[in-house]
Design a protein around this ligand. Structure first.
Ligand SMILES: Cc1cc2nc3c(=O)[nH]c(=O)nc-3n(C[C@H](O)[C@H](O)[C@H](O)COP(=O)(O)OP(=O)(O)OC[C@H]3O[C@@H](n4cnc5c(N)ncnc54)[C@H](O)[C@@H]3O)c2cc1C
Ligand code: SF4
Length: 326
């Protein structure tokens, strides 16, 4: 880990001020909790001349219940604050379960929802010190010409490893984005691209300002994660499920994954299982939908084949858990 380099620290009080600062400092980076950004700065992966600290923007720090129902969670709400909110733990358990699995308690005191959704992708050859990366001639994602994971290609396969995105996806969450040309609200899935070197579709001068969760769907949701070190670690795979059943028959089913691709994945085709009677047969059908939709690569210490098995097992187990009588 290197010393922190010099940069200007800018502290806007409103979203408009933050947007103006971004315009004036095109190379500035947004700082929320800093638990991802500052690590990357100290590793020399990011070298911002200015950093815009969004923690002083009150609008980004609140959780509100809009008139139309649901919840609006500001992007700079910390994971600890999110975990303490009864509205979230009661109505959107998948989000709470995912937040509880992020890093350690001290990280969660400062780590934010927005920072988690906008987390950089990760790879064995990328999340290393400057001297380690330079000794390997860097790599395609940063300063180099070759991908050490897939040397014959020109694509980066670094994995998205944020825990919260799959939960927001299955809960039908949308994100509010502020930019120089006004605001827009889009389903969370639309801000991602399956490209390890450019996985976020946010423009440089845009800011994710909030997450909207729709009025709580009747049913159950949850998150399950596998990692190498149980005490503190990024997911080698994580799965969120939201489902509704009536009299043992599935009425709605959504499954999303993290850690397997360069972006979180909402599994397609789960609607085909609606109308089926819950049980082992459906759990198996669900597991067979996964292999074609995921692409774990050798970007972590655990081999891709192992992660494929882990994902299937996580999904089966979580599905069983959520369809059992409470
Ligand atoms: C030891 C360790 C263990 C970790 N374990 C996990 C883990 O298990 N699971 C996990 O998911 N994460 C993990 N992390 C990563 C990180 O702590 C969390 O993902 C955290 O939620 C990131 O939020 P932050 O507010 O600290 O983000 P920051 O570091 O402040 O920002 C992260 C990125 O998002 C951008 N950004 C931040 N806010 C916004 C916004 N509102 N709009 C647009 N861009 C924005 C920043 O510019 C930066 O590029 C770990 C980190 C460490 C150091
Ligand atoms: S997948 Fe390849 S290009 Fe991407 S970070 Fe890893 S080694 Fe670099």
């Amino acid at each position: 880990m290197e010393y922190l380099p010099d940069f200007d620290l800018l502290r806007p009080k409103t979203v408009d001020e933050a947007l103006a600062l971004r315009r004036e400092n095109p190379e500035a980076r947004l700082l929320a909790g800093g638990t991802d950004l500052i690590v990357n700065v100290r590793r020399g992966i990011v070298d911002p001349k200015a950093v815009i600290d969004i923690n002083g923007i009150a609008d980004l720090r609140t959780i509100t219940s809009p008139d139309g129902g649901g919840l609006r969670i500001g992007a700079a709400v910390t994971l600890a604050e999110l975990l303490e909110d009864r509205r979230i733990s009661e109505d959107y358990p998948a989000l709470c379960e995912a937040a509880a699995e992020v890093a350690a308690a001290s990280h969660r005191e400062v780590a934010t929802l927005g920072g988690n959704l906008c987390l950089d992708t990760r790879c064995l050859y990328y999340n290393q010190s400057e001297w380690w990366r330079s000794a390997n001639s860097y790599c395609l994602k940063h300063r180099g010409d070759v991908c050490h994971v897939a040397p014959s290609g020109k694509q980066c396969f670094a994995a998205f490893s944020g825990d919260l995105a799959p939960a927001v996806l299955v809960l039908g969450g949308t994100v509010e984005i502020a930019g120089p040309n006004g605001g827009r609200t889009v389903p969370l899935g639309e801000i991602y691209e399956d490209d390890g070197a450019a996985h976020l579709r946010l423009a440089e001068d845009e800011i994710l300002t909030a997450v909207h969760l729709p009025a709580a769907p009747p049913g159950r949701s949850g998150y399950a994660k596998a990692r190498v070190r149980a005490a503190i670690d990024f997911p080698l795979a994580g799965a969120a499920i939201a489902l509704r059943q009536e009299g043992g028959v599935l009425e709605d089913l959504r499954v999303a994954l993290t850690g397997t691709n360069s972006c979180p994945i909402l599994i397609a085709g789960t609607d085909r299982l609606v109308g089926e009677t819950v049980g082992e047969e459906v759990a198996e059908k669900l597991a067979t939908m996964l292999p074609k939709q995921i692409q774990p690569m050798s970007s972590t210490f655990t081999p891709p084949g192992y992660r494929r098995k882990v994902v299937a097992n996580l999904v089966r187990a979580l599905f069983r858990h959520l369809t059992e009588a409470p």
